[in-house]
Design a binder for this molecule. Structure first.
Ligand code: PEP
Length: 255
């Protein structure tokens, strides 16, 4: 089954509202001719979500939040809920990014609760998994990724799962300039698709997009994105410049 490529940019804690809207407008112009051929999203910081969503209105670039809380509202100082992200103009929420897991103690159980909140707000999750360097070197990559995928997806039906996006992001490749080889990445992506088949059956597993993330750049995007089970990219550093991000988007099959 041909899956529509999906390239998303994670801006992390970068860009003021003014900077974010300027890049969003530039990107909008650079990818407007790709309408419908590849799915595109950018994830600015919370402060810029609404302004960026306005700047991208009626375009082919969607907006994603980088995180959300599992509750709808309450005494959770400093947190933002999924309905708030929806109101700000988001279509997606990135969940379980390795920086959230490593720096803020997020767990698979916590991500699982956030996925529920995201679906309840009629948003779509981009669920990140990936092993550390020590885990890869210990030969535990597939075991770790399996546990993360099972934990994050536990309890969701095939009907819910078909709209999920997963992102395989080896922690050792994030922001380091070290990219997984296309063979390394494809091996894990195929394994993840096998887990999806076990949980939801072949039809849903073949429909779910699995992005690769970890030092994706214009120079290596085409090789990675041409692998059979790599359906797009989650891009950090290289998404901060509209021209670089647009070049990655254009390297996606079908773009
Ligand atoms: C990320 O943070 O999701 C990421 C993949 O970062 P980078 O592209 O900078 O490695």
């Amino acid at each position: 089954m041909a899956r529509r490529s999906f390239v998303a940019g994670n801006w992390k804690m970068h860009k003021t509202v003014g900077e974010a809207t300027a890049i969003a407008r530039e990107l909008r112009g650079l990818v407007s001719q790709l309408r419908d051929r590849v799915e595109i999203a950018i994830a600015p910081p919370f402060t810029a979500l609404h302004a960026v969503a306005k700047a991208l209105e009626d375009s082919n670039v969607a907006v994603a939040a980088q995180n959300c809380h599992a509750e709808v509202q309450g005494a959770f100082t400093g947190e933002v809920s999924a309905p708030m992200c929806a109101e700000a103009g988001c279509r997606y929420v990135i969940l379980g990014h390795s920086e959230r897991r490593q720096l803020f103690g997020e767990t698979d159980v916590g991500v699982n609760s956030k996925v529920k909140a995201v679906l309840a707000a009629k948003l779509l999750p981009i669920i990140c998994v990936g092993e550390t360097l020590a885990e890869r070197e210990a030969g535990k990559t597939l075991e770790i990724v399996s546990a993360q995928v099972r934990g994050c997806l536990n309890g969701f039906s095939a009907e819910q799962g078909k709209s999920f996006v997963l992102a395989y992001e080896p922690v050792w490749a994030i922001g380091t300039g070290k990219t997984a080889t296309s063979k390394q990445a494809q091996e894990v992506h195929a394994h993840i698709r096998g887990l999806l088949t076990a949980q939801w059956g072949e039809g849903v597993a073949q429909a779910v997009r699995i992005q690769y993330g970890g030092s994706v750049k214009p120079e290596n995007a085409q090789e990675l994105l041409s692998q059979p089970d790599i359906d797009g990219a989650l891009v950090g550093g290289a998404s901060l410049k509209a021209a670089d991000f647009a070049a990655i988007v254009k390297a996606a099959p079908g773009a």
